[in-house]
Design a protein around this ligand. Structure first.
Ligand code: TXA
Ligand code: MG
Length: 317
């Protein structure tokens, strides 16, 4: 756990924005007000910063994160845009609407942001401070709600401080959030699908689309919208808790192990391991050689790493 001496409460002015930006450029975590709820922002291109989001929230899983952008043009850098995206973003951005679209190749975004998926959630928030921060930062900000995992989303700086004070660099003080519930999430797949109801009503979306949205049915075994599509699983089989490398295997190490083809963290640092996880799973996978993975301790970020590894190792349907 990365303890911070003191979480800065930054004023809602040019100085506050400049200091928030400096923290973000350094790989720090800054809670920013949006019109829905406070988001815990990090540079979406910085693996280690994104890993720290999961660490600070104590998330037991790598759920994919929303990338916050200034608008349509910025979003088009990261996702394959479509006519439906144009309609919805044209009508409701900036605002409480998140769109899930196919991820472009080679974006330079941390694979931790998408949890290895080939889609990306993007949203242009309307809150003036979020917009000012995005403009000053001039890059993509990954931000889940700024609450510890399992707790309700924060709508005031006091909520954020109570949950995450001492674990993040700063909170940008924007007072209370206007909308108070998270954004509505729409997946623009073959059929536009409502993935999470939220601050933008369904009726408004359907009117702009000119067609009804498909519903993501509860009870179909999907626990969170990010689980809708199967997460990246290596082509080769995966053997966990491997204490040795067997003939023909590739070894993904953790800690000071001998003979690793790649090592999540030779020094045994869980934040570094999380930051490397998806990129190294991709890199080590030749589609044929079985992948052995060293034991990873099951505490802190190790729980999320092990959850992801178990799913990578699960028998394929
Ligand atoms: O209003 C909001 O949306 C706030 C503010 C900060 O923007 N953010 C927020 O983020 O609620 P979070 O991480 O608490 O919820 C995002 C949801 C998660 O349930 C995640 O599974 C889903 O979005 N999600 C993210 N990327 C996805 C993807 N590629 N496919 C499907 N679901 C995705
Ligand atoms: Mg949340």
């Amino acid at each position: 756990m990365c303890a911070i001496a003191k979480t800065d409460l930054l004023p809602p002015d040019a100085d506050g924005i400049a200091r928030a930006c400096a923290y973000l450029r350094d790989g720090g975590l800054v809670a920013m007000p949006t019109e829905t709820v406070y988001g815990l922002a990090a540079d979406a291109r910085n693996d280690r910063a994104v890993a720290r989001i999961f660490e600070a929230k104590g998330r037991p899983r790598f759920n994919p994160l929303i990338v916050h952008v200034t608008g349509i043009k910025a979003a088009q850098q990261w996702v394959e845009w479509s006519e439906a995206a144009d309609r919805l973003a044209g009508a409701f951005w900036p605002g409480p609407l998140t769109l899930v679209l196919p991820l472009k190749p080679d974006t330079g975004l941390s694979p931790l942001v998408t949890a290895g998926l080939e889609t990306l959630a993007v949203r242009a928030p309307a809150h003036p401070l979020a917009r000012a921060l995005l403009e000053a930062f001039d890059g993509p900000l990954a931000a889940p709600s700024a609450n510890p995992s399992g707790r309700i989303s924060p709508t005031t700086p006091t909520h954020v401080m109570a949950g995450l004070g001492g674990r993040i660099e700063a909170v940008l003080d924007g007072g209370a959030c206007g909308v108070g519930v998270e954004s509505t999430i729409v997946g623009l797949f073959e059929r536009p699908t409502l993935l999470r109801p939220g601050g933008l009503p369904l009726e408004a979306l359907e009117a702009a689309l000119g067609a009804p949205l498909a519903m993501h049915e509860a009870g179909d075994g999907i626990s969170a919208p990010g689980q809708l599509q199967s997460h990246y699983a290596p082509g080769a089989t995966v053997r966990l808790n491997a204490h040795e490398k067997r003939a023909g295997e590739k070894l993904l190490g953790f800690g000071p192990v001998a003979g690793a083809d790649l090592n999540l963290s030779p020094g045994g640092d869980l934040t570094e391991a999380a930051a490397n996880l998806f990129a190294m799973l991709h890199a080590i996978d030749d589609g044929v050689s079985p992948i052995a993975v060293s034991p990873v301790p099951d505490h802190g970020l190790g729980r999320a790493i092990n959850d992801r590894l178990r799913r990578a190792a699960a028998p394929r349907g």
